[in-house]
Each structure stands twice: as structure tokens, then as C-alpha cells.
Design a protein around this ligand. Structure first.
Ligand code: SF4
Ligand code: SF4
Length: 177
């Protein structure tokens, strides 16, 4: 089986050693500038969201900010437990979100105009759920009003990842989870 290295977040990392690496960004929840329509995710599709609504949809799980491997033959995406170099594994936050593309140029931005990217996101990702016409989970911060509810429910990558500098980047296959 041959894999393409992929990162977690909305990031797509260069190809090497037969793997393609992808990252997916984390859209940090912006508590200031919250949407005024508190049920927008039930009534709008992704194309209709305001910027504030789009950002608030991210649950902060950090599941997308890991290296991923894509099977070159089948296109199947495998997640690893190796975090992006920019991710603080103790908080599940990007350490420099505004400037992340300078350090990780392949951290791609999720967009409603690029639906193919949603297949690389975790099944619990709010963007993927809305894209697929599914409801948000009960632990989503937009429903609980608590930004930490994603961690308290065990639905995030908190305490489940190893920093990139501790991993053998030449053999990411052994970190597949
Ligand atoms: S650069 Fe930041 S947002 Fe992008 S994958 Fe890495 S940690 Fe996530
Ligand atoms: S909700 Fe989606 S974009 Fe946000 S951190 Fe989780 S997987 Fe990444």
C-alpha cells in the first residue's frame, strides 16, 4: 500500500517519499464578534454564512491539525497522531493562526467553494456535517455555549497527539490511528 502524506488541518503539505501531506486549518472560535443569528447552522448552507458565522462553526477540536496519509491507490485518508508543528498539543490551538501560512504554507483554508476538501476532515467536523446536511453534535460549543465542551466531551484531539518534533517524519505510517 502506498500513501501520500497529509497534514491534519486545512493544510496541504508537499509530496515526498510517495506520500502526499495535507493539513487542515483550525478555525478558532472567535468569542467576540459572535453571530447574531444563534441558529444559523440550522437554516443556512455553508455558502450563506457570514464570516463570523463561518468562524464560530469551528468547534476547536484540532482533529484536522494532524499529519494524514492518503492511500495513493484508493484515495482513502488515514489520520495519524502526529500534530502539525504549529499546534500546541496541550491546548489544541494553533500557536500563530493569523500568520500560519508563513510557517506552514500548505495549511489550506476550508471553503464552501472547494467541497472536495471536506472528505479529508474528521466525521465530527462541523463544516463537514453542515456540508452533508447533518446536525451539529450536542457537545458543539454553539449549542452548549461553552468553548471547552468539545474537550470535556472527549471529542477533541486534546492529550491525544504527539508534537511533530518528537515524531519520525520519514515514517509517518507507523503513527496511523
Ligand atoms: S498551521 Fe495552525 S491551523 Fe494550520 S494545520 Fe497547523 S496548527 Fe492547524
Ligand atoms: S471543527 Fe473542523 S475545522 Fe474546526 S478544528 Fe475541528 S476538524 Fe478542524
Amino acid at each position: 500500500m502506498f500513501y501520500l502524506p497529509l497534514y491534519h488541518s486545512n493544510c496541504i503539505v508537499p509530496q515526498f517519499l510517495g506520500y502526499r501531506s495535507l493539513l487542515y486549518r483550525i478555525n478558532l472560535i472567535v468569542l467576540i464578534n459572535m453571530p447574531t443569528d444563534m441558529n444559523f447552522w440550522k437554516t443556512k448552507n455553508l455558502h450563506e454564512l457570514t464570516e463570523a458565522e463561518w468562524e464560530s462553526l469551528c468547534d476547536g477540536c484540532a482533529k484536522c491539525c494532524v499529519h494524514k496519509l492518503e492511500d495513493e491507490a484508493t484515495g482513502e485518508v488515514h489520520y495519524t497522531c502526529v500534530a502539525c508543528r504549529m499546534l500546541d498539543v496541550n491546548t489544541c490551538r494553533c500557536t500563530d493562526y493569523p500568520n500560519r501560512h508563513e510557517t506552514v504554507p500548505d495549511c489550506a483554508v476550508l471553503s464552501a467553494d472547494q467541497p472536495a476538501h471536506f472528505q479529508w476532515m474528521p466525521e465530527t467536523c462541523a463544516y463537514r456535517l453542515i456540508h452533508e446536511g447533518k446536525p451539529l453534535p450536542s457537545w458543539h460549543p454553539l449549542i452548549t455555549g461553552n468553548p471547552a465542551s468539545v474537550h470535556e466531551h472527549g471529542a477533541s484531539a486534546l492529550k491525544k497527539l504527539i508534537p511533530e518534533f518528537l515524531a519520525d517524519e520519514e515514517d509517518l505510517e507507523k503513527y496511523i490511528v
